[in-house]
Design a protein around this ligand. Structure first.
Ligand SMILES: Nc1ncnc2c1ncn2[C@@H]1O[C@H](COP(=O)(O)OP(=O)(O)OP(=O)(O)O)[C@@H](O)[C@H]1O
Length: 827
């Protein structure tokens, strides 16, 4: 007879609980909810208004209608999983969560925490945590309550944590089993406290932890793990415990993400993305979603449960046909400055380089990030062959994987017991491969083995108990896992937040003092810019809200995402928009460049024209080179000779010089002709003078012979004495003097001639030789010599002439010779 722990509520087994039928546990829960303090209602009402901006998933109030998964049974199910589990289609079945909006139920930490305060089934982190042997697997047995009043096949000794087959007088080790705890109640709280709570705390402290339920079909595995809204199972309780833990730990900040997988017919599926391709074990979890509240975790569970494969079997109307693995990943780190972070969370903070604006959310510091995984596994139940072909096939897969799990556990236990290192066949099934890291020792493991108390199921129950005994022998050595910053999502988010803030600050600075580039932006680009800033801001806020702290959990923050947030491991919308803007600008710039190049190309002459010009230039140059070479050769061959052929420029140059020479020669000719003419005139004048001289000499001679000279000399105050040589000598001297004077002004070079010629007016104004004589010549006549009759030569100097003029004042040559002399000369 199964016994019940003292002081606990005995609950008759009611496998098909309907929502309309209130059970004891339901009433208990109602009573607990009635004790919920006032803030809960306000939070619940406020959360209804929430719109999750980053959520990739819509928050539907209807259960999701899901496409069938390839490989799922073709036979129609009696009820959909979602419907049955959510308590709509099958009122006979116990729903995991109520169908009404998850936010109408317990949606925030405060309600959960207060609701469970002082209750031993989780949520109150101040409640003492039972001591567990961390080096061993925690093994608990839960005996499902018997249907109706049929006696059970097992006897439980609660104080000894022992179970043995009923009816045996002296239990033997073969049929008597002792474990860490044995439970027979429908109430899951105590089971959670002893079998799961220590592991949840270990998980939140940085250790990997695994809790799984093992047992034959319909023995109560799903009931134990998932439970119902009336009697929550281990999973919802663990989630509440997690948020309670965060709230009670102000020194750290956390990032939580969940995944929900199932192994069906040896294939792994993502229960949160039913249409997605199957997942490889090496790839780890499927589509993780970040969760920030109980509500968001509930949604994850609801969706996953709705997608899980169940079917009616001979033993269980809603039998799980797959192993399901609900995983929570927790990243946490110390908060650098708690006081400032506390302020940050509520009031925002000043960000350096952020224009003094308030930015929401906590500041993340430190470098060491703890990362741990909590795996809550609901195994499919081992079963006998059935009449249903599809169920038989599924059962074969289920049994094979469970058998492999048993073998792995046996080997591990044997290795631990005997110090051996035998090969462990993890790879024989997907289940064992997935559990390998945990089973290998790096996890705190708790196993709840569920028993069907029926006498008809004693064989399977015995098998389950033997499995439980074996796994108790497995040694564990879980270690805390510290990961480098860059591998942690919490750190990536922190870095992205910082990066986005920097960009936002730059944009705001640009907006305050627009640059040339900004001013040139088109209206559309300015809109894009503005939208980018808005997106940037909201992205910062959203990312900040994903980081959980003791202040933010259960703070009633309406903007905190109530839905799970699909992790975007790629670029954020802001980053994508930035990429888009950058690409657009680049395209525009390149387009402008292309236009500019095209314009300059069009302005240039055709290539053929350039070629023609080039050829012509080359030909000309070649021609000139040939000409110059020819000239050079000619000069070389005929040194000193003028080249017969000269280039045009050379010819022009020399032609110019030649013309200049010709002009000089012509001027010289004119000058020479004029000179000849003057000489002719002078010659003619000389001849006349000679004749006159002769006539004069004859006259003088005659005059002398008549003795007139003496008379006049005697009567003259000045005695006139003929100069030696007479008038002829005087004339010769005068001519010589003239020639000397002419020699000084003679021109030898054409240049000097040209200078004189340039003074043509002077040249033309030169008096003729005859014109030069009138006064001077007559004055010079005072020098003429006369031969005296006695042969005595006397010279009349001009001084004499002057003396004559001075002495008498009335004798001049003109007076002596008369005006007729000059007139004669002129003629
Ligand atoms: N401890 C319990 N108290 C009350 N009802 C229980 C308990 N355990 C199981 N049940 C009921 O028994 C039925 C079968 O339970 P459950 O579906 O959890 O079995 P299971 O082991 O998950 O089976 P399967 O392996 O086929 O999925 C359910 O209706 C459930 O409500």
């Amino acid at each position: 007879m199964a016994s019940t722990p003292a002081g606990k509520r005995p609950t008759p087994f009611t496998p098909r609980v309907t929502r309309s039928t209130a059970t004891t546990s339901e009433r208990d829960l109602s009573a607990r909810l009635a004790r919920t303090p006032a803030p809960v209602s306000s939070i619940l009402s406020s959360t209804k208004k929430y719109k999750a901006p980053l959520s990739m998933e819509s928050r539907t109030r209807k259960p999701p209608t899901l496409p069938s998964v390839p490989g799922s049974p073709s036979k129609s199910r009696p009820t959909s999983r979602a419907g049955s589990r959510m308590g709509t289609a099958s009122p006979a079945l116990t729903p995991m969560f109520p169908q009404h909006d998850v936010e109408d139920s317990v949606v925030d930490f405060q309600s959960v925490g207060v609701d469970l305060t002082g209750d031993e089934h989780g949520g109150d982190v101040t409640f003492p945590i039972p001591e567990v042997d961390v080096g061993k697997v925690m093994v608990s047995v839960r005996v499902r309550p018997q249907i109706r009043s049929v006696p059970t096949a097992w006897t439980v000794l609660p104080n000894e944590n022992t179970i043995h087959l009923s009816g045996t007088a002296a239990p033997t080790p073969a049929n008597k089993f002792t474990f860490d705890t044995i439970h027979t109640s429908s109430y899951t709280g105590q089971l959670y406290t002893t079998a799961a709570r220590p592991h949840v705390h270990a998980f939140m402290s940085g250790y990997n932890a695994v809790v799984f339920a093992y047992g034959q079909t319909a023995s109560g595995k799903t009931y134990t793990l998932s439970g119902s809204d009336e009697e929550p199972g281990i999973i919802p309780r663990a989630i509440r415990e997690i948020f309670a833990f965060i709230r009670a730990t102000p020194s750290r900040e956390y990032l939580l993400r969940c995944s929900y997988l199932e192994i069906y017919n040896e294939t792994i599926h993502d229960l949160l993305a039913p249409g997605a391709k199957t997942i490889e074990i090496q790839g780890g979890a499927g589509g993780d979603v970040v969760v920030t509240s109980l509500a968001s975790v509930r949604e994850v569970l609801r969706r996953g449960e709705g997608n899980r494969r169940t079917a009616s079997t001979d033993w269980n109307e809603r039998s799980s046909r797959s192993h399901s693995v609900f995983r929570v990943v927790c990243e946490s780190r110390e908060r650098g400055d708690r006081s400032s972070c506390d302020d940050d969370a509520s009031t925002g903070r000043q960000t350096p380089g952020y224009g003094g604006r308030q930015t929401p959310g906590p500041r993340l510091r430190g470098s060491s990030v703890q990362s741990s995984v909590l795996s809550l596994i609901d195994l499919a139940g081992s079963e006998k062959a059935t009449s249903d072909k599809e169920r038989t096939k599924e059962g074969r897969y289920i049994n094979t994987s469970l058998l492999t799990l048993g073998t792995v556990i046996s080997t591990l236990a044997e290795n631990a017991a005997k110090g051996k290192s035998d090969h462990i066949p993890y790879r024989n099934s997907k289940l064992t491969r997935m559990l390998q890291p945990s089973l290998a020792g790096n996890a705190r493991i708790s196993v709840v083995c569920t028993l069907n108390p029926d006498a008809s199921a004693v064989g399977e129950s015995m098998s389950t108990l033997q499995f439980a005994r074996r796994i108790k022998g497995v040694h564990l050595n879980a270690q805390k896992k510290e990961i480098v910053d860059t591998d942690a999502l919490i750190e990536r988010y922190r870095k992205e937040i910082e990066d986005l803030k920097t960009r936002l600050a730059e944009r705001e600075k640009e907006a305050d003092a627009p640059s040339v580039r900004t001013r040139r932006l088109s209206a559309r680009e300015q809109l894009d810019e503005s939208k980018a800033m808005t997106d940037l801001n909201s992205r910062i806020k959203q990312l900040t809200k994903l980081i959980l702290t003791s202040q933010t959990v259960g703070s009633g923050d309406e903007s905190r995402p109530g839905s799970p947030v699909k992790i975007d491991f790629d670029m954020s919308p802001y980053q994508l928009q930035q990429e888009l803007l950058g690409a657009r600008l680049q395209i525009e710039s390149q387009s402008n460049q292309i236009l500019s190049l095209e314009a300059s190309l069009a302005a240039k002459p055709a290539l053929s024209d350039i070629d023609e010009d080039k050829d012509k230039m080359i030909a000309d140059q070649a021609q000139r080179i040939r000409e110059l070479e020819g000239v050079t050769r000619m000069y070389e061959e005929k040194l000193g000779e003028a080249p017969q052929f000269v280039p045009e420029e050379l010819e022009k140059e020399w032609q110019t010089k030649l013309d200049a020479e010709r002009r000089v020669v012509a001027e010289k000719d004119a000058w020479a002709k004029e000179l000849v003419r003057q000489l002719e005139k002078e010659k003619k004048m000389r001849l006349q003078l000679e004749e006159e001289r002769k006539a004069l000499a004859a006259f003088v001679s005659k005059f002398d012979s008549l003795g007139l000279g003496l008379l006049s000399a005697a009567s003259s105050p000045v005695k006139v004495m003929p100069s030696p040589g007479g008038a002829s000598a005087a004339f010769a001297g005068r001519r010589e003097a003239r020639q000397q004077s002419a020699g000084e002004t003679s021109f030898d070079s054409p240049m000097r001639m040209s200078l004189d010629l340039s003074m043509s007016s002077k040249f033309g104004a030169h008096p003729s030789l005859l014109e030069q004589t009138p006064e001077e010549d007559w004055t010079e006549l005072g020098d003429v010599s006369f031969e005296t009759e006695g042969g005595q030569e006397s010279k009349w100097s001009s001084r004499v002439g002057k003396g004559l003029r001075v002495a008498s004042g009335k004798f001049t040559p003109r007076e002596i010779f008369g005006a007729s002399v000059k007139e004669n000369v002129r003629s």
